[in-house]
Every structure is written in C-alpha cells, then in structure tokens.
Design a protein around this ligand. Structure first.
Ligand SMILES: NC(=O)c1ccc[n+]([C@@H]2O[C@H](COP(=O)([O-])OP(=O)(O)OC[C@H]3O[C@@H](n4cnc5c(N)ncnc54)[C@H](OP(=O)(O)O)[C@@H]3O)[C@@H](O)[C@H]2O)c1
Length: 321
C-alpha cells in the first residue's frame, strides 16, 4: 500500500490547503500543503488515487436502464473525472445494461495509461426493474468476454462478482473467474455485496483484492468487512458513499451532517466523503454523479482533513441520527 499509515495519522491532524473547498473560520482546521493525492496499491501492483468515480449514475433514470438522457454530457463527466485525477472508475455490465461500459469506452478510449476500470458481472437485467443474480460459471465466462469487447480492453484490471447467486456455490462462480484470470482476461478479482464468510470461501479458490459493499457514515453494516479488508490489505470500495438516493442520503436536506458541514464551510456530501477517506487507508470511495458541478464538488472532498477528535464527534452525530 502506498499510503503510509503513520504519515496519514499525522496528516489527519492537519488540513490540505483547500483550493476549491472553503475552509475558513474553523478553529480546529489547520492548513498544510500535502503534495499529490492519497493512493492505494490495489492487488499490490496497481496504484490508484483513493477517490474514484462510480459510473452507474451516468444512466440518469431510477432504474439505471438504457442510455443517459444526455449522452454527450455523460461522456463529458467521465472526461472531467479523469482530468481531475480519477484513475479508478467503477462500472458493471448490468448498468444500462451494457450502455455504461459502452459509454466509458466512447468517452475515454484510448485510455490513459494509469486508468483502472473496475467492472462487474453476475447480475442480469431481464427488465427495467429487475436485477437478478446469475453466478453460473458458463454465464460469468461469457460476461467477461463481453465486457472486454464493450470496454475495448485486452485485460480487465479489476473484475468483480456483482453479487453472490445463492443458487450457485461461490466456489463455482470463482472457478470461472479464475479460469478467465489464468487466460489473461482479468488481472485482479474483487467481490461485491458479500459477508466475511463468503470472502473467505472465495479466497480458497483465488486471490481476492477488493470488496465493494454498501457503506457510508450513516450506514455501517459492513464494518466487519471493512476491518477484514484492513487486516488483509484489500481495497474496500464503499458503494452509495454519500448515501445514494436513499432517505438518509447526504444529498437530502435535513441529513445528519448538515449542521457540521455548515460549521466547516463545506457541504455534507464533501464531509461524508472526507470521513470515508480518513476512516481507513483501504477505503476507495466511488461517488456517482451525472453532473460536472457535483463531480467537482465531490473531488474537492479529498482536501478536507480534520483533527481525529473532530471526526469522532462527527461520526457519533451520524450514528445518533
Ligand atoms: N456493487 C453494487 O451493488 C452497487 C450498488 C450501487 C452502486 N454501486 C456503485 O457505486 C457507485 C456509487 O453509488 P451510488 O451512485 O448509488 O451512490 P452515491 O454515490 O452515494 O450517490 C449518488 C447520488 O447522489 C447524487 N450526488 C452525487 N454527488 C452529489 C453532489 N455533490 N450534490 C448533490 N447530489 C449529488 C447523484 O445525483 P446527481 O447525478 O444529480 O449528482 C446520485 O443520485 C455507483 O455509481 C456504482 O458504480 C455499486
């Protein structure tokens, strides 16, 4: 891992000079220059900037179905993300389905050298409202081939099992991904929506480098999985890092971080993302948006750093809500 934990603990007490985040008027916020972005070495060999981008929200309807309402805008958002330093983009064949991966290739191919596209397979979309697991090995093998084609890649850097199919033992699903890895089609394998027990079973078949579960300051059911990732030095990609479109989303007025955010002259969304970044060096948030302005706001969150006791207080406020 690139991120040195001791250095980060020290840096947690200070704040990066915030170019785009207003940070004035905060007694506990000290400013200091930190060069570069915090990075994580995924699978031990792929260095990524920790604040990534979730591409699902480019499909601008509730069902994540079809093409975005404004396809050119979606491509601009992806291009702006890369300009702002994002080199970890999360997608899945189920988004659209297929259109999200196609959009990424349309917007960014030929890809920058250091760009890591993390896709997923194992969920089918029979209709707009339907997300159905299929972890059968023959199906997953096909998914890998089709994602390679849509993304115009020779090898997928991170391929994630989108969800466990309760009808198929996880060992069998992993067997198909191991075969794809042995064939050079996948570099690293990750899992999504899993328990610690499922991770351990999968790891008996092949190395697993990352986990993607729902996690944010107001929804921390996956704390045990996060701790496991820390112990095993695996990346943890929290989905819905700002709460998605749910009732408790940090995008909604009346959210539990509203007052604190105001006090720190930042937005609740930025505070929620910064909380994730300081929470653990293995956390790689992938906030999703279809708006360039929101993307810029989100990316500025990596500049926010507060003293550890401030974070503890903010965390307990969110827990109490
Ligand atoms: N593995 C899984 O099962 C799974 C499930 C869900 C998602 N994911 C992945 O995780 C990524 C993130 O999850 P998510 O998109 O559900 O949740 P999220 O990133 O927590 O929230 C996205 C929502 O917040 C809004 N938003 C983002 N930034 C904003 C800002 N600065 N101001 C106001 N609104 C803002 C977006 O709308 P606007 O477009 O209006 O900005 C969007 O509706 C997805 O894109 C996808 O790649 C994975």
């Amino acid at each position: 891992m690139d991120t040195d934990v001791t250095r980060r603990r020290f840096l947690a007490a200070v704040s990066a000079g915030a170019a785009t985040v207003a940070i004035g008027g905060l007694p506990k916020l000290v400013t200091a220059a930190i060069t570069g972005k915090p990075t994580f070495r995924l699978g031990g060999d792929l260095s990524v900037n920790r604040l990534g981008f979730g591409a699902m929200r480019l499909i601008t309807n509730e069902e994540i179905w079809g093409w975005p309402a404004d396809r050119e805008n979606a491509k601009k958002v992806l291009q702006r993300a890369v300009e702002l330093g994002v080199n970890l983009i999360d997608t899945a064949d189920a988004y659209g389905p297929e259109t999200d991966e196609l959009l990424i290739a349309e917007a960014l191919y030929p890809y920058p050298k250091d760009l890591l596209i993390a896709t997923k397979g194992g969920i089918t979309r029979p209709s707009a409202g339907d997300w159905t697991e299929n972890g059968r090995p023959d199906y997953l093998s096909q998914c890998v081939d089709k994602s390679l084609k849509r993304l115009k890649l020779e090898r997928i850097d991170l391929y994630q099992l989108h969800a466990v199919d309760r009808k198929v033992p996880i060992e069998e699903s992993m067997g198909a991904l191991k075969a794809a890895q042995d064939a050079g089609k996948i570099r690293h394998v990750g899992l999504s929506n899993v328990t610690v027990e499922e991770i351990e079973r999968a790891k008996k078949v092949l190395p697993v480098v990352s986990i993607q579960n729902r996690y944010n300051i107001t929804s921390r059911k996956s704390d045990d999985v996060l701790r496991y990732c820390e112990k095993e030095q695996m990346g943890f990609l929290p989905w819905a890092p700002v709460g998605g479109t749910g009732k408790h989303s940090l995008t909604k007025t009346g959210n539990p971080l509203e007052a604190e955010a105001k006090r720190h002259n930042v937005t609740a969304i930025q505070l929620g993302l910064a909380w994730l970044l300081q929470k653990s060096p293995v956390i790689l948030p992938i906030p999703g948006t279809s708006s360039i302005a929101h993307l810029e706001e989100n990316m500025a969150a990596e500049k926010i750093q507060l003293a550890p006791d401030e974070w503890k207080r903010i965390e307990s406020l969110a827990s109490a809500a």
